[in-house]
Design a protein around this ligand. Structure first.
Ligand code: NI
Length: 173
């Protein structure tokens, strides 16, 4: 187990489009994936993308708290989730606004519009193809983390920068 340093907004690695993993290389990833899960959990995050530990590769992990899972999530999202080369195949026209944070932008939250539902595919940690429908928080987390692989941070997705601030100030006022 290794908890890695999480790089923060301003580091050009976070603004870079990451490289896909070649299928022959999936077998080289378990150590990196375990470090990503350890790092995410140590930071009490719900998701982490490889660029956040300084690697421009298309790998992300996430773990949805039970309280935020839908019924279908409870059947499919058991334990930490690993997505290699994830792609959003379809998304709803409908968007919803919710507050988000990011481990690379500590102590700050912003209200971000995201598609309410998406269909995505990816390769899992064992090298198998997976394809899922996601709604609500699950859809939001995948959109947020996949954006990291395209060099996008959530403030770039915001439509109202007045809904953006430090957590302790937002909670007090
Ligand atoms: Ni993030």
């Amino acid at each position: 187990m290794a908890v890695r340093e999480i790089i923060r907004m301003g580091n050009p690695i976070l603004a870079t489009i990451s490289h896909p993993i070649k299928s022959d290389d999936v077998g080289t990833l378990p150590g990196i994936i375990q470090d990503m899960i350890d790092t995410m959990r140590a930071a009490k995050g719900v998701g982490l993308a490889a660029p956040q530990i300084g690697l421009n590769i298309r790998v992300l992990v996430f773990e949805i708290p039970a309280s935020r899972q839908t019924d279908s999530d409870r059947e499919t999202l058991i334990g930490p989730q690993v997505l290699i080369n994830p792609r959003i195949i379809q998304f709803s026209e409908e968007v919803e606004f919710e507050w988000e944070g990011c481990l690379s932008i500590p102590d700050i939250r912003g209200e971000v519009p995201r598609h309410s539902s998406i269909e995505y595919d990816a390769i899992d940690a064992e090298g198998n193809n997976l394809r899922r429908n996601a709604f609500g928080f699950h859809a939001r987390v995948v959109q947020h983390e996949l954006d990291h692989l395209d060099g996008i941070l959530y403030p770039e997705r915001m439509s109202n920068l007045r809904q953006f601030g430090f957590v302790d100030e937002l909670e007090e006022n």
